[in-house]
Design a protein around this ligand. Structure first.
Ligand code: NAD
Length: 310
């Protein structure tokens, strides 16, 4: 079955997303759209030259009209953080890009899943939901899928256990106010501290892990100017869950539907992701401190939304 993905923004993230999707075997066609047409064309040409090694995938630079039958649009256009900037600092600039692009895109796109990656991803996912007029489940942000992966990676290093056996979630804003759900972090069905006791190793230093995950993007940006690989693998994972209707539990961002009594913004919560996007939000029982932190995170995002009149 033909599966087409449209990638808007062929910068460091967009091009790497195209590369991970090309390697994934999940898609048959990738169209790259960018205001900088030469850049999109160069990336598409370079990627297409590799298809002899991956199997047939059609990759080309295109226009919004070429996205008309895309199953998923991955939105990576806009600017990234410069060293010292927070994600919320990007809001005004990237909101304008989003508005222009979606206005043009929605003239021809027949609809599907819109996956936002551009930062600040939660506020822009909410803006995209308002602008695109798609059903709530079909507008998702990559949210804290990446932060949850970073959290799991550090826990796996601490506990010397395969990261795939570590279940742990970061929820809330993809940013400073994100919430680490320690109360539900498990390996082999037991909580992390208990697991460490059984292995005879020290319990993880929670403060250190939280700080490392929160600062991960800033640390990488200060060294290489952007982050692109892990986020692109996160996108690949979300795309897989959608295209194969996997009902995967992923901390994608999306419009709140009353979970924890919250409405009127997008944040990440563990959600069932399958065909048509976010099928159900799982309002897991949180401990009181975690729930209070989630409410604070939502308030931070609602403040940011007001800056763009949402
Ligand atoms: P980049 O500057 O390398 O690429 C952005 C691309 O967007 C450029 O090629 C630019 O020409 C294009 N663009 C700008 N305005 C456009 C428009 N109006 N129409 C079409 N294309 C346009 O940036 P990047 O490093 O690829 O980052 C892209 C975004 O992804 C940033 O906002 C960054 O913060 C975000 N990001 C998000 C996550 C996440 O986990 N959600 C992780 C990493 C990066």
């Amino acid at each position: 079955m033909a599966t087409k993905i449209g990638i808007i923004g062929a910068g460091r993230v967009g091009a790497t997303v195209a590369y991970t999707l090309m390697l994934s075997g999940l898609v048959t066609e990738i169209v790259l759209v960018d205001a900088d047409r030469a850049k999109a064309e160069g990336e598409a040409m370079d990627l297409a030259d590799g298809t002899a090694f991956t199997g047939p995938v059609r990759i080309y630079m295109g226009e919004y009209a070429d996205c008309r039958d895309a199953s998923i649009i991955v939105f990576c256009a806009g600017v990234g953080q410069r060293p010292g900037e927070s994600r919320l600092d990007l809001l005004q600039r990237n909101y304008e890009v989003l508005r222009d692009v979606l206005t043009a895109l929605m003239r021809s796109w027949s609809g599907g899943v819109l996956l936002m990656v551009t930062n600040p991803v939660d506020v822009l996912t909410y803006a995209a939901y308002k602008i695109a007029g798609l059903p709530a489940g079909q507008v998702m942000g990559s949210g804290t899928v990446l932060d949850s992966a970073r959290f799991r990676h550090l826990l796996s290093l601490y506990t010397r256990t395969d990261v795939r056996n570590v279940h742990a979630y970061v929820i809330g804003e993809h940013g400073e106010s994100e919430v680490f759900v320690w109360s539900k972090a498990t390996i082999a069905g037991v909580d992390i501290d208990e697991f460490c006791r059984r292995r005879g190793i020290p319990e993880p230093d929670r403060e250190y892990i939280v700080a490392r995950v929160r600062r991960a993007a800033a640390e990488i940006i200060s060294r290489k100017g952007a982050t692109n690989y892990a986020v692109s693998l996160a996108v690949r994972r979300i795309v897989e869950a959608v295209l194969h209707d996997q009902h995967s539990v992923l901390t994608v961002s999306g419009p709140l539907d009353g979970a924890y009594g919250l409405h009127g913004t997008c944040v990440s919560l563990p959600s069932i992701v399958g065909a048509n996007g976010r099928r159900q939000v799982l309002a897991l029982p949180l401990d009181p401190g975690e729930e209070a932190a989630l409410r604070k995170s939502v308030a931070v995002l609602q403040d940011a939304q007001r800056q763009i009149g949402l």
